[in-house]
Write a protein that binds this ligand. Structure first.
Ligand SMILES: C[S@@+](CC[C@H](N)C(=O)[O-])C[C@H]1O[C@@H](n2cnc3c(N)ncnc32)[C@H](O)[C@@H]1O
Ligand code: SF4
Ligand code: SF4
Length: 372
């Protein structure tokens, strides 16, 4: 085994441990944001027709402001920060921003269209301490909807497979109007072939709710969502998305503004990218009272919302508040599709939720993970 392979594996194990700590801390307390998505620049070098999150003119947020936003998020106890946009690789000080996130012990992710990635840029992201990169790929050949195609990006993906020391996930969206929706399957298979994670998003309109899928897109979704994913993301995302595709609402409490924050280029906190303006409070004035208010606030857009990262964050609070209901719901979703929940889930359910020694197991887990 080469030194580079040992280093990559060690870093990957370290990330798993940090992630376990993040989840344990979020299960222990509801008083801090789990995930913040921050926009370092609204400008983008592409113009995907389904996207309402970019422009062609905005300057990058000046470095001092970006760093003080990261510091403020750290002060609020934020566990993970996604750098989004626009296209975040257009920001000239991105490495320093990532370094500042890691300096605070926060998990650092980058969402990118990948156009500006080179071997050297990937090595710089390694050095900055990036934990995870999500690259969006929408089709096999570019079309009028999206230029984020395998044809253009496959070289970048190979470069990531060769040089990246961070986790890589390929995200593709369904319902965007690309010429061949079945491309999503080719893209997901390519992700697995390269050793990357894969996820599929449903296109939302300007309020965050679902744009209807046709029969072909539904069939593709069923196939893609069954590929190479862990129990948690599979049972949860697939169930949430399937309900939406079937026109069935999801019953959940959106914790945006509290456990999830969207910080725009002007430094204002919004519920999410699709509900900008609510609450629209400057991050440097955002505090415990805001987090508490938004934890409990009702969002009328929730039943048909497709913003999947906010769903996942909400699942952690669901697990803390009603562990048995949530675990049983996930297992039932698996069984409904003739899939057996993994034995480890049964074991964890017994250890931490139903077993007579659950308090002891919880204490040991928290101490081992150095939470509390
Ligand atoms: C807004 S982009 C910003 C980061 C980067 N420019 C990129 O494309 O990955 C972040 C993610 O949002 C997705 N996205 C954009 N518009 C969307 C929409 N209307 N519905 C669902 N996902 C969308 C993109 O495909 C991408 O995966
Ligand atoms: S590359 Fe990303 S930010 Fe740019 S238009 Fe496409 S989805 Fe939007
Ligand atoms: S339910 Fe939450 S995440 Fe979804 S659109 Fe509304 S505010 Fe955004």
């Amino acid at each position: 085994m080469t030194f580079a392979t040992v280093r990559r594996r060690t870093l990957a194990i370290n990330r798993r441990i940090r992630m376990a700590r993040i989840i344990a801390k979020a299960l222990e307390s509801s008083r801090h944001p789990i995930l913040a998505q921050v926009v370092p620049t609204r400008r983008c070098n592409l113009s995907c027709t389904y996207c309402n999150e970019f422009d062609k003119v905005s300057p990058p947020v000046p470095k001092p402001q970006m760093l003080s936003r990261i510091d403020r998020l750290a002060m609020l106890g934020t566990a993970m920060i996604d750098l989004s946009g626009g296209e975040p690789l257009l920001h000239p000080d991105l490495d320093e921003i990532i370094g500042r996130i890691r300096h605070h012990g926060i998990f650092a992710s980058l969402l990118t269209n990948g156009y500006l990635l080179t071997a050297e840029r990937i090595r710089r992201l390694n050095r900055a301490g990036l934990d995870r990169l999500q690259i969006s790929v929408d089709n096999v050949i570019p079309d009028e909807v999206s230029h984020k195609s395998l044809k253009v990006l496959d070289q970048k993906l190979q470069s990531l497979a060769e040089h990246a020391e961070f986790d890589v996930n390929i995200n593709t969206v369904l319902g965007s109007g690309v010429r061949h929706p079945s491309d999503a399957l080719v893209i997901a298979r390519r992700a697995l072939e390269l050793g990357f994670g894969t996820s599929v998003g449903l296109i939302h309109d300007g309020s965050g709710t679902l744009m209807p899928l046709d029969a072909g897109q539904r069939a593709v979704h069923a196939k893609v969502s069954s590929l190479g994913r862990g129990f948690y993301s599979h049972a949860h995302d697939a169930e949430f998305q399937r309900n939406l595709i079937d026109g069935v609402s999801n019953s959940w409490q959106c914790r945006a503004g509290s456990r999830y924050l969207y910080v725009c280029e002007d430094g204002l906190v919004h519920w999410c990218s699709q509900q900008r303006g609510y609450p629209g409070i400057p991050l440097d004035q955002y505090g415990a009272a805001d987090l508490e208010r938004e934890y409990a606030s009702t969002k009328s857009c929730a039943p048909f919302c497709t913003v999947s990262c906010v769903h996942r964050v909400a699942l952690i609070d669901g697990l803390r508040e009603k562990p048995l209901d949530v675990v049983d719901q996930l297992c039932a979703a698996q069984r409904a599709r003739n899939l057996r929940p993994p034995r480890s889930v049964e074991l964890l359910r017994w250890m931490f939720v139903t077993g007579p020694r659950r308090d002891v197991f919880r204490r040991i887990a928290m101490r081992t993970l150095r939470v509390g």
